[in-house]
Structure formats: structure tokens, C-alpha cells
Design a protein around this ligand. Structure first.
Ligand SMILES: Cc1cc2nc3c(=O)[nH]c(=O)nc-3n(C[C@H](O)[C@H](O)[C@H](O)COP(=O)(O)OP(=O)(O)OC[C@H]3O[C@@H](n4cnc5c(N)ncnc54)[C@H](O)[C@@H]3O)c2cc1C
Length: 426
């Protein structure tokens, strides 16, 4: 009889895990309190990037020097809820410490690249298998800078990417504006990155993955997991808000809410949330041709099937603190400036805004691997800024672990045990 796996959480990571487990011949129950693909999950509202080159951790050497400027700028990319600061300080310190030197950043980038290298193709393959290949666009993405000097000032990051095998083409002002006629003239330098892609509708993608898994025999239970029952170190069942589910193994894919479950499985992990926001405007035929990251504002604008989405912001706050819609308003203002022709379409209503929780570990790498307490629980969370892109490979890796197959990449950098001998940061 096939092993029965409970996948906890049906964001894009849980959905990809379920997809690959079913194809590996396992029996799957998906546990999710909300509707799969809905706004409770970070997977609903991200920028859609399937960026094989997003290999730099969010922190970098000397970033702390920028922090006061960002915090004081009302339109800046970073904000901290002051009430939450004392709780966040250990995590923030570990976050800065993990990217203190260029060598550390390089090491992280090498690990992230193994996870992301062929992300667009893996997604295309998975989407084709479930009949929604049209949701995945294999296409270059664009980074823009106000000037060439700004790009050159950022050269360390691009050197690290080049060393990891990323390739791109630089665009001067003319080439950039030929490619993106609606872009604000203030941007004079572009970097068009090869081997990347994006998802036209991240929410529909999750829904389609879950729907396909259900058709392939998985069960969806609308409930949340809260603890595990072990017999002689082996998982016997998962306790949920809808009662107990017997199983052979469980995968924790609960995104930003995975911390308590990980503890139940024997791992005290410094998982926190970097909250982000989006704003969407419907403006057919307008805006960017390519998904574009504005390197000065740290925002991404992506032409999705649901409209033009601007996403970004890092808000350090409690998991359940109320959203601060001012952060989405900042994105709205940026959008009107970045693409002046869009300004007429942009309304100030709150219909098209969203706040989501990036599940983030301080070193910028996810946890993928067996729990300390039992080989029958697997951690698959903490994908931070790259959870959509890295979900396809994560799903494959988890299925490999569950079927005693050698993982296709080295999992040591993502080990849930890597924080064990470090000072407590949570
Ligand atoms: C503004 C923004 C922009 C982003 N842009 C990108 C991008 O362009 N590209 C990219 O790759 N990544 C991006 N990300 C990051 C990406 O969205 C996340 O890393 C990814 O969605 C995490 O997926 P997940 O499945 O781990 O978590 P989630 O999508 O949050 O899903 C977790 C699910 O688990 C469920 N759950 C929670 N607790 C329990 C429980 N106890 N029992 C059962 N279920 C539970 C939740 O209801 C939820 O549905 C962005 C994030 C934000 C916020």
C-alpha cells in the first residue's frame, strides 16, 4: 500500500509538494484552513517572478548603513512596526550577520542558484502536466537603474550572479526605452536577464495545481494542523482542527505559520515574516512589456492576466498585526510615477490591494529536509522572497526524500538543523 502523506499548507510550496508526491506514487492529504490559492497565502499575491537569478539574499554587506535612510523615507522600501521591534531585534541581527561579508553572500548565492537554476523550465513542465502551461511565460525579466553609474555601483551583486552562471544584456537609454516605451524617462539603464520567466496568475496556478492533485486522487481537508503524535519516533497522526489524521509522514509547508509545527517536530527555528504588499491596476495595453524590477525603489512591476501588479515593501511586524494600507498606497504612488501614462487609470480605492507574509529565515535560505524529532516529518518552508520560483524544485526534493531517492541537489545548505549551534535568534 502507498505511504500516506499529509501536506500541511496549500500555498504554492504545499501544492507543488502534493503534485510531485502523487506522481511518485504516494497517497496525499492536503490540509489547508483557507481556500487554496486565496489571499491568506503569500502565494496569492506575489510578483509572479520565476527568476533563476534571484540568488542574492535580501541583506548584503553594509546594508545596515542604508537602513536609517529607508526607515526615514516615507516612500522607502523598509518599515518596522516599532511595537514589534524588541521581538524582531534578534532575527534582524541574525539577518544582517548572515550577509556581513561578500563571501557569505557568495555562499548563499551558490546554494540558491542550485535551487533556482532551471526554475522557469521546471514550472513550465509542471504547468504543462496539469494543462495550464499558458500560465508560465518563459521570458527575460528587466532590472532598471536611473543611471549607468547606479548599475556600476551595484556591480558586486551582478559579479556574484555572473560567477553563478547568470547571463544578461545591458541596455542604454535608447535600447531601454525602445523596449519599454512607457517607462519614465528618468530610467537610463536596463539589464535584461536571460533564462528567467514569470507566472501570469500565481493564484490561479495554485488553484490549478490543487485541483489537478484532487483529480489525481488527493484529498483536501479544510482544517489546520496543530500537533503531531509519534510512536517510537515515527509519525502516527497529525492533530488538526477537524480531528486526527492517521498517516505515515507529514510535510510542513505552512509558510510563515510553520514555526510552531516545526517546534512540535523538534526544531526551534528562527522563522519570521517579512510582510509585503501589492497593488493591481487594470490597464489593457499599457504599462511594461517585461516584468521589471526598479532597483532604486526595490519594487517589481509585472504584467499579469489580472492587471498590472506592483509588488514590494518589507514590513517587519507581527504575523497577525493589521495591514498598514499606507504601504500599498506607496506602491500605488510609485506605479503612477514609473509609468506616467498609467496615472489616469490608478484609483485610490482599496479593492486591488493586498498584504502577504513572506516566510523568512534570517540567512535567506529555506528549510528543506527531515525534522530533528523524526524522519517522518519534512520541513518545506522559509522560502522568503523566492518561494514561487523555488517551489517546483522543492516539490521534487520532498518527493525524493519521501521515496528514499537521492535528492537531485545537495540539501546541506537548506538543512533545518543549520541553526542548531547558533545563538538563539527567535
Ligand atoms: C509582495 C510579495 C512579492 C513576492 N514576489 C515573489 C516573486 O515574484 N517570486 C517568488 O518566487 N516569490 C515571491 N514572493 C515570495 C513568495 O510569495 C513566497 O515565498 C511563497 O508564496 C511562499 O509559499 P508557501 O507555500 O511557503 O507559503 P504560503 O503561500 O503562505 O502558503 C502557506 C499555506 O499554509 C496554510 N497554513 C498555515 N498554517 C497552517 C496549519 N497550521 N495547517 C494547515 N495549513 C496551514 C496557509 O493558510 C497558507 O495557505 C513574494 C512575496 C510577497 C509578499
Amino acid at each position: 500500500m502507498s505511504k500516506h502523506i499529509v501536506v500541511i499548507g496549500a500555498g504554492v510550496v504545499g501544492a507543488a509538494v502534493a503534485h510531485h508526491c502523487l506522481r511518485a506514487g504516494l497517497k496525499v492529504t492536503l490540509l489547508e484552513p483557507g481556500k487554496p490559492g486565496d489571499a491568506q497565502a503569500a502565494s496569492f499575491g506575489n510578483a509572479g517572478w520565476l527568476s533563476s537569478h534571484s540568488i542574492l539574499p535580501p541583506a548584503y554587506p553594509g546594508v545596515w548603513k542604508q537602513v536609517p535612510k529607508w526607515l526615514l523615507d516615507p516612500l522607502g522600501p523598509l518599515t518596522v512596526r516599532w511595537r514589534h521591534l524588541p521581538k524582531a531585534i534578534p532575527w534582524l541581527s541574525a539577518y544582517l550577520a548572515s550577509a556581513w561579508t561578500h563571501q557569505q553572500v557568495k555562499n548563499t548565492s551558490i546554494s540558491l542558484r542550485t535551487l533556482l537554476r532551471d526554475a522557469p523550465n521546471l514550472h513550465k513542465e509542471m504547468a504543462n502536466q496539469i494543462g495550464v502551461g499558458n500560465l508560465i511565460c518563459l521570458r527575460e525579466v528587466l532590472h532598471t537603474y536611473p543611471t549607468q553609474a547606479d548599475f556600476e555601483a551595484d556591480s558586486i551583486g551582478w559579479d556574484i550572479r555572473r560567477d553563478a552562471g547568470v547571463t544578461w544584456r545591458c541596455l542604454n537609454k535608447k535600447l531601454l526605452h525602445d523596449l519599454e516605451p512607457e517607462l519614465n524617462a528618468k530610467y537610463e539603464w536596463g539589464v535584461l536577464v536571460d533564462g528567467t520567466g514569470y507566472c501570469l496568475n500565481p493564484s490561479d496556478y495554485v488553484k490549478a495545481l490543487v485541483e489537478d492533485s484532487l483529480q489525481a486522487g488527493a484529498t483536501l481537508k479544510r482544517a489546520s494542523a496543530h500537533s503531531f503524535n509519534f510512536i517510537n519516533g515515527k509519525l502516527a497522526s497529525v492533530n488538526t482542527s477537524a480531528g486526527l489524521i492517521e498517516c505515515d509522514a507529514a510535510v510542513i509547508a505552512a509558510g510563515a505559520r510553520a514555526k510552531e509545527l516545526a517546534l512540535e517536530a523538534g526544531d526551534h527555528l528562527p522563522l519570521a515574516t517579512e510582510r509585503g504588499y501589492h497593488y493591481v491596476v487594470q490597464a489593457p495595453g499599457q504599462g511594461p512589456n517585461h516584468p521589471t524590477m526598479f532597483m532604486d525603489q526595490k519594487v517589481i512591476v509585472t504584467p499579469l492576466s489580472s492587471g498590472i501588479r506592483i509588488a514590494g515593501q518589507v514590513e517587519i511586524a507581527g504575523l497577525d498585526d493589521a495591514p498598514n494600507w499606507q504601504r500599498a498606497e506607496i506602491l500605488r504612488q510609485h506605479l503612477a510615477t514609473l509609468y506616467p501614462r498609467l496615472a489616469d487609470n490608478i484609483s485610490t480605492d482599496h479593492i486591488n490591494v493586498w498584504m502577504g507574509r513572506r516566510p523568512s529565515l534570517p540567512d535567506g535560505l529555506p528549510c528543506i529536509g527531515f525534522a530533528s524529532g523524526s524522519q517522518s516529518v519534512i520541513h518545506a518552508f522559509g522560502h522568503g522572497h523566492v518561494g514561487l520560483a523555488s517551489s517546483a524544485r522543492t516539490g521534487r526534493l520532498v518527493a525524493q526524500l519521501l521515496t528514499n531517492t537521492s535528492p537531485e541537489i545537495e540539501l546541506k545548505p537548506f538543512s533545518p538543523q543549520r541553526f542548531k549551534n547558533k545563538q538563539s535568534v527567535s
